[in-house]
Design a protein around this ligand. Structure first.
Ligand code: LLP
Length: 414
């Protein structure tokens, strides 16, 4: 169970391959820049996550893939076939999940700003749970369910007041963050009969942040969730521990990376003591997960071509045809992603800044990277972009959205 998910990128005879296909073959048929996905890696990662849960004796795990990481329809169809549910945050994602064949009974709806229209769609579809993030939201769900003469399944999203050690933009579990509801407010709401005329409390949820490599805050939050579940004192179908497990993008993360099995083991042990041992009802509450990154990141590469190079005193720039509008993580969060040239090259390496065409200095995929000397027309691959890559792309600078190419399990690509 210590196997790490591996990248579809590798060198063979000095040439970069993706899922065993020479990158130059694919790039010969598709205009750069484009995203390249490995269906095989994606599904393997999903199965590995699920197997890790089972090995750690997590009770009836339900893995709801977070669509925001990668909502590509074909990839979602593969995940749905493998048994994935979906974690959604908008009406658009609800439609996409259903179109991909995800069963409504495996869809959880998170998010602080669900609109009336989105709530109605969720109730009509019969989703597994609205993970509610405010009492006002619960009131609205109750009203809309009444109008539709239905009952809506809801879970409270707990704000466990923990500091997840990650980039401050994607930490979500402290009381100053807009997410979730404080324990004291949840306990009050559980007793307020007016809120439950057309809703059923079926679970509790949490999500404390993304790209988590240190799991201290996760342990604390899971403990809070288990304790709350005991205090709520109601039979619960599920506890949803959210997503957030990080991947090792570069040298920094490699030092402190936790594997899916370590993550599952920690959750399993924590829930055993703080929840299952003290639970007064039938001990069959299932555990829901909402992973995005850990399933999809490795499965994608961003392929871009050098337009020209430029030297400014001791700086060497490779200006590529992909920009921050196509892939924004490096610009927005200062994130590190490995960069591979198409030819491995055996000669002297040059410290290179890989920059895009957008009129912002932040438009940069990596600085000071030791790479073989690049020239116009050379291909570059930015690795591990299958999560929060295309899903965050924009038309900034009136640029076209990049294409998405999938290498199927059969080895063909389209
Ligand atoms: N569940 C909820 C309620 C979430 O808000 C998120 C991510 C997830 C699950 C999935 O988290 P994951 O397993 O992927 O870490 N754009 C940022 C990441 C934003 C994450 C937002 N919420 C990035 O590129 O790093």
């Amino acid at each position: 169970m210590e196997k790490k998910n591996s990248s579809p990128l590798c060198y063979k005879k000095g040439k970069l391959h993706f899922d065993n296909i020479p990158l130059s073959t694919i790039a010969g048929k598709v205009k750069t820049p484009f995203y390249l996905y490995s269906e095989k890696t994606l599904v393997e990662n999903f199965n590995y996550f699920l197997d890790s849960a089972n090995s750690a004796q997590i009770n009836r795990p339900l893995i709801c893939f977070a669509l925001k990481a990668n909502p590509n329809l074909k990839l979602l169809k593969s995940l749905a076939k493998a048994g994935a549910g979906a974690d959604i945050v908008s009406g658009g994602e609800l439609k996409r999940a259903l179109d991909a064949g995800v069963k409504a009974s495996k869809i959880v709806f998170s998010g602080v700003g669900k609109t009336q229209e989105e709530i109605i769609k969720g109730i009509k579809a019969g989703i597994y749970s609205f993970n509610v993030e405010s009492i006002e939201e619960l009131e609205l769900i109750n009203i809309e369910a009444k109008k539709l003469k239905k009952r809506a399944r809801v879970a409270f999203r707990l704000n466990p007041k923990v500091h997840a050690k990650t980039h401050k933009h994607i930490s979500t579990g402290f009381k100053t963050h807009k997410f979730g509801i404080l324990k004291s407010d949840i306990l009050k709401a559980v007793k307020n009969k007016k809120l439950w005329t057309h809703t059923d409390l079926v679970g509790l949820s949490m999500h404390i942040g993304s790209q988590l490599t240190c799991l201290k805050a996760t342990r604390k939050a899971v403990k809070e969730l288990g304790t709350l579940a005991i205090e709520v004192n109601r039979p619960l179908d599920f506890l949803d521990v959210g997503g957030g497990l990080g991947v090792d993008y570069g040298p920094e993360e490699k030092k402190k990376f936790s594997t899916p099995f370590q993550y599952m083991d920690l959750i399993s042990k924590q829930l055993k003591t703080s929840f299952y041992k003290k639970y007064a009802f039938e001990n069959d509450t299932r555990i829901v997960f909402e992973p995005g990154r850990v399933i999809a990141a490795r499965a994608g590469a961003f392929i871009t071509k050098v337009v020209r190079t430029k030297k400014s005193e001791d700086c060497f720039f490779a200006i590529v045809d992909g920009g921050m509008n196509d892939f924004v993580r490096t610009s927005l969060y200062g994130a590190y992603h490995e960069i591979y040239t198409e030819k491995k090259g055996s000669g002297k390496k040059i410290k290179t800044d890989i920059v895009g065409p957008i009129c912002e200095t932040a438009d940069c995929f990596g600085t000071g990277r030791s790479l073989p000397k690049l020239k116009s027309g050379d291909l570059i691959s930015v690795a591990d972009v299958g999560a929060y890559g295309f899903s965050m792309a924009s038309h900034y600078n009136m640029r076209e959205l990049p294409k998405e190419i999938i290498v199927k399990k059969s080895g063909s690509f389209s």
